[in-house]
Each structure stands twice: as C-alpha cells, then as structure tokens.
Design a protein around this ligand. Structure first.
Ligand SMILES: NC(=O)c1ccc[n+]([C@@H]2O[C@H](COP(=O)([O-])OP(=O)(O)OC[C@H]3O[C@@H](n4cnc5c(N)ncnc54)[C@H](O)[C@@H]3O)[C@@H](O)[C@H]2O)c1
Length: 250
C-alpha cells in the first residue's frame, strides 16, 4: 500500500466506524498519525480503534450537532494539544423521490453531509490557524459534480454543496497555510452500496460504465487521502478529485 510519513500528526476522521472512514483511520494510523476516530455509533468507533494498528482513540459524537462537534475538538485538544488533519467523511444516503422525501430526511441529509463539515472545519480551522498549518479533506462524491442519481436529490445537493464549501474554505484558509480539498469517490464497496451491489442488473450497469472494469474499495480512497495529507500535495488546494476508475471524466 502507498505510504507517507505522518508521525507526530494528529488526525480526526468522522464517520470512521466502518467503510471508507475506517480504512482512512487505519491507514493514517499505520502511517504514524494519532487518529481520533469519530462515529455516531460509539460501538463501531471503538471497533475501529480495536482493529487498527498504531494509536487510535474513539470520539463518539453526532457531527450534525455543532455543540457536540465543539466538545469533540476540545477533547482532542485536551488529549493531544494539536489537530493537524481533519477528514470529513460521515455521510448518509437516504433514497426517496423528490415527491416522496420527508422534510426530516431532506434536512438530516443536509445536516450530516454538508452542515457538519462547516461545524468541524470552523472548530478545527481555528486550531489549525493558531498552529499555522493544517489539512482538511472532505469526502464528497462524483454526485458532487451535479451528476444526478435516481431518487437521491438530498444526497446530490449535499455533495454538490460540499464541493462548493471545499472551494470557499480553501480560498479563505490558504492564508493560514491550511489546504482544503475534496475527494469524490465513485462506487465503493461498503455498507452504503451493499443493497445495490446485490442487484445483478445494477452491477452490470455500473461495470459497463467504469473503464477500469471494477468497483472501488475503501483503500482506493485512502491512497489519495494519504497523498493529500503529505507535503507532496503542498501546492494543491481547492480541488475536487475523482477516485472512480474513470467513471466520470471532466
Ligand atoms: N460507498 C460509496 O460508494 C461512496 C461513494 C461516494 C461517496 N461516498 C461517501 O463516503 C463517505 C463514507 O461512505 P461509506 O460508503 O463508508 O458509508 P457507510 O454508510 O459504510 O459509513 C458511514 C459512517 O458514517 C457514520 N455516520 C453517519 N451519520 C453520522 C453522524 N451524524 N455523525 C457521525 N458519524 C455518522 C455511520 O455510523 C457510518 O459508520 C460518505 O460521506 C459517503 O457519502 C461513498
């Protein structure tokens, strides 16, 4: 696996109880970072720390709750007195047509997928500004390029918003030596896609659309995240980079 040296850095990964977030937490820890493992589900956050190699600690919290986010950042500062890397990965993807979606579903999706990134970026950004450096990575989606997905209006809107927020944050935070980028995964093998992967017709359609001929795995996202955390990416900010086997070419 691709590797970089992150010794001495402290990283927070949200929604790291499973899937892409867990792979990111494990990969960062293997590269030497101390990793704060957030998830709304305390048990799965604990499981990620137990299964990882290196230093990982659980910080269960709902990232859609701004007060809980501030408490989490304060706890990390109390524990380690620094926060170098923030990865906004927590996300939900409810399925409903525009005509059938409830207002609560719409609002919750925007809260978790978009507003949470504002809460964490503001709280962590203040710490990073003080330190004079930082890296923020937002896990958006190829849906963030306004690519429509059937029955996922809130998800597509939230991810497009997250790409916009990434650029705005990158512009503002550049003055503080904080780089902000988005990763836009294609179809990745996690719980989020499990039901659709079990559908043979859907799988055939996906595979026909992906030049590399396979779905992604969480470690494919990890490779780019590690690079973006490294000094090799020091002149890269405000970008939204696809990790999708060539599915979308802009
Ligand atoms: N899997 C894919 O194909 C794919 C494609 C593009 C983008 N993404 C994005 O990647 C990210 C991770 O996706 P995944 O496939 O690993 O999903 P997943 O459903 O397997 O994992 C998401 C994790 O986020 C946690 N979470 C949900 N709401 C939370 C909250 N309010 N606070 C804290 N944690 C919360 C969940 O408990 C879960 O552990 C998401 O933002 C998703 O939109 C996934």
């Amino acid at each position: 696996m691709y590797s970089v040296n992150l010794s001495g850095r402290v990283a927070l990964v949200t929604g790291a109880g499973r899937g892409i977030g867990r792979a990111l937490a494990h990969g960062l820890a293997e590269c030497g970072a101390i990793v704060a493992v957030n998830d709304i589900d305390a048990e799965s956050a604990l499981m990620t720390t137990a299964l990882g190699r290196g230093e990982l600690k659980p910080y269960p919290a709902d990232v859609a709750d701004p007060a809980a986010v501030q408490r989490m950042i304060d706890e990390i500062m109390t524990d380690y007195n620094r926060l170098d890397i923030l990865i906004n990965n927590a996300g939900i993807e409810p399925t409903a047509s525009v005509l059938e979606m409830t207002i609560n579903e719409w609002q919750r999706t925007l809260d978790v997928n978009l507003s949470a990134a504002f809460y964490t970026s503001q709280a962590a950004g203040r710490v990073m500004r003080e330190a004079g450096h930082g890296v923020i990575i937002n896990i958006a989606s190829i849906a963030g390029h306004n690519i429509p997905l059937k029955d996922r209006s809130a998800y597509v809107a939230s991810k497009a918003g997250l790409v916009g927020f990434t650029r705005e944050c990158a512009r503002e935070f550049a003055a503080y030596n904080i780089r902000v980028n988005a990763i836009c995964p294609g179809v990745i093998e996690t719980e989020m896609t499990a039901k659709r992967r079990a559908d043979e017709a859907q799988m055939a359609k996906w595979l026909a659309d992906i030049p590399q001929g396979r779905l992604g795995v969480p470690e494919d996202v990890l490779g780019l995240a590690l690079f973006l955390c490294s000094d090799g990416a020091r002149y890269i900010t405000g970008q939204a980079i696809n990790v999708d086997g060539g599915k979308v070419m802009l």
